[in-house]
Design a protein around this ligand. Structure first.
Ligand code: F0G
Length: 460
């Protein structure tokens, strides 16, 4: 054994555990059939390892749990609002805070305030709820992410980057007045948790400033993005995650945030802006949809826990362990030659279902099919991020056919152990061996909005 080797482990120990129910393959066959082959419709009780999402599923620290006891549940002016406002200023640098019940609440308010009918909203790949709110406000989302993002095998280290030529062409075509803001996500969820580089953000700032266009960040996984910048971008290896996070925010005018990811809480979000006028309009609108501007749909205790979570999320050791665990699982999959999105992203492993199940056409829902098969094999619950998530074009009524047809194995923060990661990798390998036997699905029920949540399928 090499004496120079130094393994690292999580910077926490476990104080409380939640017992899991073990099921048989027969029970799981029955459960997935009853759920219409949609993992969103499974009962969580029937799930062994839950990789559906990293949203609201992380483990809070003892500090956060104690924070819950400090909840000031006053209707107006709760003490916890001011703690959260202070954390947002300190760690992100934004001037004004509007709490919301979660990220999409902030997306709604921002879209209603900033987007007019006929506007164009460029962004680095769509996210489901974000795009829908932009559309409901009368805007049209246009994808300006670099082409490499759509190729699961391309090894570009910053596949979340904005293609400035695409953006420039869009400005030329529609005029800057039609573009209320550029929506930049860090990291890019549907590209596989891929980061944006600081260089790209700086160049984007320069270009948008020339045209008087604002930049609004979807900063849901900003600390994870900062980790990739620290690891892979020149000039950042000695900077702390906290400093990098703050620098990212400094190139933008505001942000929507789902606290359910980076900030390690089960519920919560916010809109933060620098512009006084936007703030006033947004804090007026928030009382219509969320709650008073000092609680925005949250209990005081939730705001306290989120403020503490924000501080924990920017600790270097935390992020090393968080992304280290995702990398560990990803490397196991690579060893087994499972087709996954590379480079390995921030919040999970994304299996390329088109390459995993090449015998299925995209409208036979390969990713949906694979998610159901993995559940039956081991009780591991994953999520489709392909044609079902992409939805339909409102004008033509056709499916959107995204290039990426992925199954997302999303890792909640501080919840599962390395042994869980081993079980997951073994299950994926087993299903891969038997992949030729897997048949596709047809959709038998399709809801109008965000269909992936509630659609039902049957086997072909
Ligand atoms: N933006 C991104 C990049 C997200 O990943 C999410 C949620 C939201 C906004 C909306 O936030 O859920 O608090 O309303 N993503 C979850 C997921 C649902 O599973 O990826 P929310």
């Amino acid at each position: 054994m090499s004496l120079t080797k130094r393994s690292w482990a999580e910077p926490f120990k476990i104080k409380m555990v939640e017992l899991l129910k073990m099921t048989t393959p027969e029970q799981r066959e029955k459960a997935i059939k009853e759920a219409g082959h949609n993992t969103f419709l499974l009962k969580s009780e029937d799930v062994y390892i839950d990789l559906l999402t990293d949203s609201g599923t992380s483990a809070m620290s003892d500090q956060q749990w104690s924070g819950l006891m400090l909840g000031d549940e006053a209707y107006a002016g709760s003490k916890n609002f001011y703690t959260l406002e202070k954390a947002v200023k300190k760690f992100y640098g934004y001037k004004h805070l509007i709490p919301t019940h979660q990220g999409r609440g902030a997306e709604n308010i921002l879209s209603q305030v900033m987007i007019k009918k006929g506007d164009i909203v460029p962004g680095n790949m769509y996210f489901t709820t974000t795009r829908l709110h932009q559309e409901l406000a009368g805007g049209t989302f246009v994808d300006v992410i670099i082409d490499e993002a759509h190729d699961s095998e391309n090894l570009h280290p910053f596949k979340g980057n904005i293609d400035l030529n695409k953006l420039q062409a869009l400005i030329k075509k529609h005029g800057a007045k039609k573009i209320p803001y550029v929506c930049v996500a860090v990291t890019v969820n549907l590209a596989g948790g891929q980061p944006v580089s600081m260089q790209n953000l700086k160049e984007l700032r320069a270009l948008t400033q020339e045209h008087g266009i604002k930049i609004m960040l979807d900063m849901t996984r900003i600390a994870e993005n900062a980790y990739f910048i620290q690891q892979h971008e020149k000039g950042y290896s000695k900077k702390s995650i906290a400093a990098i996070v703050k620098e990212i925010c400094s190139y933008t005018d505001g942000a929507t945030f789902s606290g359910k990811k980076d900030a390690l809480v089960n519920i919560g979000g916010f809109l933060a802006v620098n512009d006084q006028e936007i703030f006033e309009e947004a804090s007026n609108l928030v009382v219509v949809y969320e709650g008073l501007h000092t609680y925005g749909g949250l209990a005081g205790r939730d705001m306290e826990a989120m403020a503490i979570g924000i501080e924990e999320s920017v600790q270097d050791e935390h992020m090393k362990a968080r992304i280290g665990q995702v990398l560990y699982l990803g490397e196991k999959m690579q060893e087994a030659e499972i087709p996954i999105v590379l480079p390995i992203g921030g919040h999970g492993i994304f299996i390329d279902a088109k390459r995993f199940l090449p015998h299925l056409k995209q409208d036979q829902f390969p990713a949906q099919t694979l998610a159901a098969a993995l559940y039956v094999d081991s009780g591991v619950r994953t999520m489709e991020r392909g044609i079902v998530s992409a939805g339909r074009n409102a004008k033509t009524g056709d499916h959107y056919y995204p290039k990426l047809e992925l199954v997302r194995l999303t890792i909640p923060r501080r919840v599962y152990t390395q042994a869980h990661m081993d079980v997951i990798a073994e299950s994926v390998e087993r299903v891969y061996q038997d992949r030729k036997k897997i048949r596709g699905l047809k959709m038998v029920y399709e809801p109008k909005y965000l269909r992936f949540f509630q659609a039902r399928f049957s086997k072909l």
